[in-house]
Design a binder for this molecule. Structure first.
Ligand code: UD1
Ligand code: CA
Length: 456
């Protein structure tokens, strides 16, 4: 058997009131559609076929090149959408139907459903759930033998049917052959004049084949997003799940509801994450770190035992035992070594700072290669831009850069060089030399009195 998934993603999603097609809205940093495709791929699905329609090109552009798409030019209903994938279905396939706007479905549930479908010899299985508020969903109507009689859409339902709380998730498992036989028999004689996929179920049953109902216990899994409010609800659930996974792995999260961690982020044991932290993209955080309040770390690698306080780190690497912040900004391509100190209001960009070096206060380090054990005093500026070109500076090991120094790039400070505070350095400083590049102090005795400015 080959397991395939058809992911419906052709609808516009008008209730989102958005220029973006609904399935491209993000949940925990990733489009809803990508979440669904990833979940399918991680649960033994061999091929995903995405049905696109509204803004098809935009949606295709968001997908990896190996994802197959089929076009549904007019959105004539969920059944019609599946028909578009007709030629991609083989009789011997098992076919999952998933929704691009229902990103909370889990691999475990898909696996169990497929297993239930197989073991029970069903030709179609519907994933259902009991909802406290079933409004808007198709209701599951069971016959006297507790089997599926039909699914009734809210718009077509009687008052009695509306009181049923078991709903259709819209997620199904089909035998390829049965689905192919049933699809051409669909009609659109309902209140919305749509080809409902739900109608293939009684068709399959009337062919004398078994239709199963598989009820998921945790109804959060089947929640679909139709509005911004539901988008926020789904986001909160996914965020909770991600935080739970990290806590199970030994990470302390002080306040999970106020911590934003994207799906792909990894965090080592005994790291503590404070409220307001935002860890995104492909970020990797080591063990025993402290990620302080309101720190934003994006696509970066943080070594073990690092402390980050209220700082922003983008596309950079930070080595073991280093401290960052408060209020530091590591801009892209900053490679900070081990046991380095990046202090308050220090900005680093496209630079290397080697082990044991310090920039403790109020500095800008841009386009520089800084060696080991270098002291960058308060208020040092790496002057890397002349209005036209960017140039690099090289600061060798064991140098001392006094406070308020300007290093005008391109410039090299050799090993053990020493720069007096307040200097503006424009040419190479030899190893072991002291460079002083500022006007010498002159005192004019009695000047204030002579000018009549003396205050009694
Ligand atoms: C559908 C089900 C309903 C179920 C609910 C669960 C039908 C007839 N009804 O209703 O029983 O309770 O989902 O959320 O199937 N889509 C297309 N092409 C179309 C129409 C829809 O690709 O022509 C896609 C949409 O983009 C969306 C999904 O299918 O991702 C569901 O469509 P939607 O119109 O929201 O279905 P519901 O009315 O919610
Ligand atoms: Ca829907």
């Amino acid at each position: 058997m080959r397991l395939k998934a058809i992911v419906l993603a052709a609808g516009e999603g008008t209730r989102m009131k958005s220029r973006l097609p609904k399935v491209l809205h993000k949940v925990c940093g990733q489009t809803m559609l990508k979440h669904v495709i990833d979940t399918a791929n991680n649960s033994d699905v061999e091929e995903c076929i995405v049905v696109v329609g509204y803004e098809a090109e935009k949606i295709k552009g968001s997908l990896s090149s190996e994802t197959k798409t089929v076009l549904q030019e007019k959105q004539l209903g969920t059944g019609h959408a599946v028909m578009m994938a007709y030629d991609n279905i083989n009789e011997e396939d098992t076919v999952l139907v998933l929704y691009g706007d229902a990103p909370l479905i889990t691999e475990k549930t898909l696996r169990t459903m497929v297993n239930y479908h197989d073991k029970g010899n069903f030709k179609a299985t519907v994933l259902t759930a009991d909802l406290p508020n079933p409004e808007g969903y198709g209701r599951i109507i069971r016959d006297t033998e507790n089997q599926l009689q039909k699914i009734v859409e809210e718009k077509d339902a009687s008052e009695r049917e509306k009181s049923i709380t078991e709903i259709n998730s819209g997620i199904y498992c089909f035998d390829g052959g049965a689905l192919k036989d049933a699809l051409p028999k669909l009609r659109n004689n309902n209140s919305q004049n749509e080809y409902y996929l739900t109608d293939v179920l009684p068709i399959i049953r009337d062919m004398g084949l078994k239709v199963g109902l598989y009820k998921v216990q945790d109804y959060e899994e089947i929640m679909a997003v139709n509005s911004r409010e539901q988008l926020a609800e789904v986001e909160a659930i996914m965020r909770k799940r991600i935080a739970k996974k990290h806590m199970e792995n030994g990470v302390t999260i002080i306040n999970p509801t106020h911590t934003y961690i994207e799906k792909a982020v990894t965090i080592g044991m005994d790291t503590v994450i404070y409220a307001g932290a935002m860890l995104t993209g492909s970020t990797v955080i080591g063990e025993d770190c402290i990620i302080g309040q309101n720190s934003r770390i994006e696509n970066s690698t943080i070594g073990n035992g690092v402390e980050v306080q209220s700082s922003t780190i983008i596309s950079s690497n930070v080595g073991e035992g280093t401290t960052v912040g408060p209020y530091a900004h590591l801009r892209p391509n900053s490679n900070v070594g081990k046991y380095v100190k990046i202090g308050g209001f220090v900005e680093v960009k496209n630079s290397r700072i080697d082990d044991y070096s310090k920039a403790s206060h109020l500095s800008y380090v841009g386009d520089a290669d800084v060696g080991r054990n270098v002291n960058i005093g308060c208020g040092v500026v790496f002057v890397n831009y002349d209005g036209k070109n960017k140039s690099r500076s090289t600061i060798e090991d064991n140098t001392f850069i006094g406070s308020n120094v300007n290093l005008v790039a391109p410039v090299v400070i050799r090993e053990n060089g020493y720069i007096a505070c307040g200097s503006t350095i424009t040419s190479e400083v030899p190893g072991g030399a002291l460079a002083i590049a500022r006007a010498r102090q002159e005192n004019k005795e009695g000047w204030v009195n002579k000018k009549g400015l003396l205050k009694e």
